[in-house]
Design a protein. Structure first.
Length: 226
């Protein structure tokens, strides 16, 4: 089954690799990023059904413009992959800069929340609608420590949002979180254990597998604890 799949933060790292894998599988991919020219240059070699749109998930006007553009372009979206995200400095909660905390929450939590709300009508027009939230094991409740407090807070909150959306949208939209692992990207750094191909795999799997549960947290195609 070929799907219409939207990916945020698609101009680098895991987001770009998700786009590559989905295009290669023959899906219609809507790739979004703040810098659309960079996005186009990064995907110029891809052969398949690929649309490019500018999107800043922290900007309500940008989200509204995307929604209007997509409504004029496509009858529905099957999958929304909320990948766009940023990392924080390695500060504990007592030393964290509130400006940085607000930036992390705005991008990593409110961005997916805002976009999911905006695109819900397009998702509900699909016969098999899905939202995939790219989270992190650093947001798993049992693994919380003081390091990278702003990032961890944004991801544990994103996981909570996943559970709540899955509950509200049950039977209408399947909603899951996934952890890509520690991936060799600009964010993950050169010492990371996973390749970018491995990091993208579970998101692609959750987007394209015929039958998946809802309200779960995955890594390496396996359910993990919250």
């Amino acid at each position: 089954m070929k799907r219409n799949i939207l990916v945020t933060g698609a101009n680098r790292g895991i987001g770009l690799e998700i786009v590559k894998q989905l295009v290669n599988e023959g899906h219609q991919v809507i790739a979004t990023a703040r810098d659309i020219e960079k996005l186009k240059s990064k995907t110029t070699s891809l052969k398949g059904n690929l649309l490019h749109f500018s999107l800043d998930v922290t900007d309500p006007a940008s989200v509204a413009l995307l929604k209007n553009s997509l409504t004029d372009t496509l009858p529905f979206i099957d999958v929304l992959i909320n990948n766009a995200g940023i990392i924080s400095s390695n500060q504990g909660p007592m030393a964290s800069d509130m400006k940085e905390v607000r930036a992390l929450i705005s991008t990593n939590l409110l961005g997916p929340w805002r976009l999911s709300q905006a695109l819900l009508p397009l998702l509900e027009a699909s016969q098999d609608a899905r939202i995939v939230n790219i989270s992190s094991g650093m947001g798993a409740w049992d693994d919380l420590t003081a390091s990278h407090a702003a990032y961890r807070m944004s991801k544990v909150s994103l996981n909570a949002l996943t559970v709540m959306m899955a509950s509200e949208l049950e039977g209408r939209v399947t909603v899951n979180s996934m952890c890509p692992g520690w991936v060799k990207t600009d964010m993950g750094g050169p010492n990371a254990q996973q390749s970018v191909e491995q990091g993208a795999d579970t998101a692609v799997w959750l987007s394209t597998r015929e039958h998946i549960p809802t309200g779960k947290f995955f890594r390496d195609r396996k359910e993990i604890p919250w």
